[in-house]
Design a binder for this molecule. Structure first.
Ligand code: HEM
Length: 449
């Protein structure tokens, strides 16, 4: 029988500290007790694990012995049914086998022009000198982009209805995460939101045979499991469509918001970034061919994802007794894997609380940098997200500068994703750029037009 790992004893106090500020609570536990901590949050046995070897065991080597933690499953399944974010084991394997091949580099890159033109529309709508909630702008932008990807043009035609339904979903998942008694979304609102989404899926499915469609709903409806030759039912397509929509926009939006915040706080980084963008793209729109030259841009984004990983908490629960790092963990125990805490460990990142993009000239040690997770459940949308982050950042940087007052400190709010609490009010300065038609890189794609 193995002993339990070190950790604090009083369970009520732990619950209070956790409820007040989960980020600080997990950081302090790790700093005090080490990289494998045992505690009880309420009545639930909880392991806070940040050691890279143990993370490899859980996320990769023994991933079959775990499922997602209750709150992820509960909140996600209300809207996303049996989508990738919720399933485990053989079902998840089959789903991933069928869906992964859709995310080819060519398919991802076919949305480059959509990302750039949507970002251009956003920055063109800004007025010089105004103060805006940039977090809200990034949310709208990312939702627009991902809805074109998932639904094609139809998602955009109904953008108001659609944005409202998505807001209900976000609020519901946040409520569930906090296990709030003051639930702000009613059962009826949830049902309405699901109905809006289902109508969209149905509409796209009706037009799926049009040959130029390459939105995800159309692709999912044609996808075949290479091993079993199983094709998806309309219910499965709907579940995956909503999963991709939800997983694919709030994360990206928050990553962008945090990047603007960090750049505003670090003008010398912003200057170096601007120099790279000007040197590589001039005043023209970025192109896929330039990606390898945008090295510093990539480092800035990686460093922003290190300090403020939007997926700040990956929860797991063993489905059978499992041994990790020599400790036996019981089924139903809660395993907290927090990229936010792992990324701030001074053992793995020098000066961990500071924004230093240059640290990414070297790859971090494996399983110490997990903004997109690892193993069979790692983010399927990572290449899409990195392309979107890069093109949105470059496009907006070319046309505007965003600043915040010196004394403004954004607080991270750990909800379903990690977002700046209360939004992010920034001051816009427009930059004048002249583009000729030749500077528009590759011809516009046909994505969901
Ligand atoms: C900066 C943006 C993003 C971040 C930080 C992010 C992060 C993550 C992380 C950490 C996971 C693993 C969760 C776990 O192990 O419990 C994940 C899974 C997932 N992500 Fe992302 N994601 C991003 C963008 C996207 C996009 C754009 C899409 C889709 C277009 C997407 C779709 C998914 C899906 C479907 C899963 C579940 C994969 C599975 O379990 O097989 N994500 N994401």
């Amino acid at each position: 029988m193995h002993p339990v790992p070190p950790g604090p004893s009083s369970s009520r106090q732990e619950l209070l500290k956790f409820a007040k500020d989960p980020l600080t609570y997990f950081l302090e536990l790790t700093a005090t007790y080490g990289e494998i901590v045992y505690t009880r949050i309420g009545s639930r046995e909880t392991y806070v694990i940040t050691h890279p070897d143990a993370l490899r065991e859980i996320l990769v080597e023994q991933s079959d012995k775990f499922e997602k933690t209750g709150h992820t499953k509960d909140s996600a399944s209300t809207f996303m049914g049996e989508g990738l974010l919720v399933t485990a084991g053989a079902i998840h394997k089959r789903q991933r086998r069928t869906i992964q091949p859709l995310f080819t580099p060519a398919w991802v890159q076919s949305y480059a022009q959509t990302m750039i033109s949507d970002a251009t529309a956003v920055v063109d709508s800004w007025k010089d000198g105004e103060t805006r909630d940039i977090a809200a702008d990034m949310m709208k932008l990312a939702l627009n982009i991902v809805s074109k990807t998932v639904f094609g043009a139809s998602g955009v035609d109904k953008s108001t209805e659609f944005a409202r339904a998505t807001a209900v979903m976000q609020q519901y998942t946040d409520d569930t995460l906090r296990r709030s008694k003051l639930v702000s979304v009613t059962e009826e609102q949830c049902q309405e939101a699901v109905a809006v989404m289902e109508d969209l899926v149905t509409e796209v499915l009706m037009h799926r045979t049009q040959s130029n469609r390459h939105d995800l709903v159309s692709l999912l409806s044609a996808a075949v499991d290479p091993e079993t030759h199983h094709t998806m039912s309309d219910k499965e397509i709907r579940d995956h469509a909503l999963t991709l929509l939800i997983a694919g926009h709030e994360t990206t939006a928050n990553a962008l918001a945090w990047t603007w915040y960090l750049l505003a706080k670090h003008p010398q980084v912003k200057t170096r970034l601007r120099e790279e963008i000007e040197r590589t793209c001039g005043a023209g729109l970025p192109t896929v061919d330039q990606l390898t030259e945008l090295r510093y841009t990539e480092m800035v984004l990686k460093e922003s994802l290190r300090l403020y990983p939007p997926a700040w908490l990956l929860g797991r629960t063993p489905i059978e007794p499992v041994t990790v790092a020599g400790y036996t963990i019981n089924p139903q125990a809660n395993i907290v894997i927090s990229p936010f805490v792992i990324h701030r460990n001074p053992r793995y990142f020098v000066d961990p609380d500071n924004f230093i993009p240059e640290r990414f000239t070297k790859e971090p040690r494996r399983y110490t940098y997990l903004p997109f997770g690892a193993g069979p459940h790692a983010c399927i949308g990572q290449p899409f997200a990195m392309l979107e982050l890069t093109f949105v950042l470059v496009t907006l940087m070319q046309k505007a500068d965003l600043t915040i007052p010196d004394d403004y400190i954004a607080q991270p709010e750990p909800m379903m994703t990690l977002r700046p609490k209360g939004g992010l009010r920034m001051i816009v300065s427009k930059r004048s750029t002249k583009r000729s038609s030749q500077q528009y890189g590759r011809p516009a794609d046909t994505a969901a037009m």
